[in-house]
Design a protein around this ligand. Structure first.
Ligand SMILES: N[C@@H](CCC(=O)N[C@@H](CS)C(=O)NCC(=O)O)C(=O)O
Length: 251
């Protein structure tokens, strides 16, 4: 039995969700509410001591780190839908792209997202409640990030992160101008993991991602959104697939 703990179909949580749907694997979804800081509650930190989603539980064993979860699903559940190239060179190319999204692309987009969206959650509560929530966050860097979201990130940090978003968008556009998919001729985890961050940038970062600047990036985003597994996932996940968290289920 597979159980996926996630925030739903966006960012790092989207990677394993898309992988599960592409592979046609049955799973139970447990959706945590970041606005209620549920990922920092003790019951979830017993599953992932880092207090972050996504986390996969497979027959009692916990797997964390979104890209690692996707690779685990490929290793453990070989299906007709192959999401990795067969040859070593192809796999190396795929991992260059998954490493890049995890170490660079994800972080700059994330900081801008925190400034634009998470700050509203961080500011919606009293100082006392906020301090109580921050105490429960296990990763020191995340404590700092929540404080920055509440107080506002310094402008020079936001400028630098926006510069990196621009670098990221140009890199994706250049690659997708020469290749249908990021790692070559087939759809792989490189596409899934980068799409998880890039999808929606045509709305949130319109000045960078648009028909004249990035036609190939937009073509690729559309192609992935048109895949049957992607459509099915976006149609099902918010409604049917998500179960109440354990405390609610037993209440
Ligand atoms: N390297 C981790 C990062 C996970 C991560 O940053 N998760 C975010 C959601 S996309 C999260 O849980 N954020 C809430 C927090 O850190 O307080 C992965 O790829 O799984």
């Amino acid at each position: 039995m597979l159980t996926l703990y996630s925030f739903g179909p966006g960012a790092n949580s989207l990677k394993p969700l898309l992988t599960l749907y592409e592979k046609g694997l049955e799973f139970e979804g447990v959706r945590l509410n970041p606005a209620k800081f549920e990922h920092h509650e003790d019951w979830f930190k017993a599953i992932n001591p880092r207090g972050q989603v996504p986390a996969l539980v497979d027959d009692g064993r916990v797997i964390t780190e979104s890209t690692v979860i996707c690779e685990y699903l490929e290793d453990e559940y070989p299906t007709a839908a192959k999401l990795r190239p067969d040859d070593s060179y192809g796999r190396a190319q795929m991992r260059v792209w998954t490493k890049w999204v995890d170490e660079y692309f994800c972080w700059c987009v994330s900081t801008i997202g925190w400034e634009r969206m998470i700050k509203h959650m961080a500011r919606a509560i009293s100082d006392e409640e906020f301090e109580e929530k921050v105490k429960r966050i296990p990763i020191p860097e995340q404590r700092t990030k929540w404080r920055s979201a509440r107080n506002g990130f310094p402008q020079d940090v936001l400028d630098e992160e926006m510069r990196k978003v621009g670098v990221s968008v140009r890199r994706l556009e250049e690659r997708l101008a020469e290749s249908e998919w990021l790692a070559g001729d087939t759809y792989t985890l490189a596409d899934i993991c980068n799409f998880a961050i890039a999808n929606g940038m045509q709305l949130g970062f319109q000045e960078l991602v648009n028909e004249s600047n990035t036609p190939n990036l937009l073509r690729w985003i559309r192609q992935i959104n048109e895949r049957p597994a992607t459509k099915k996932m976006f149609a099902e996940v918010p409604m049917e697939r998500l179960q109440p968290k354990p405390a609610e289920a037993s209440a």
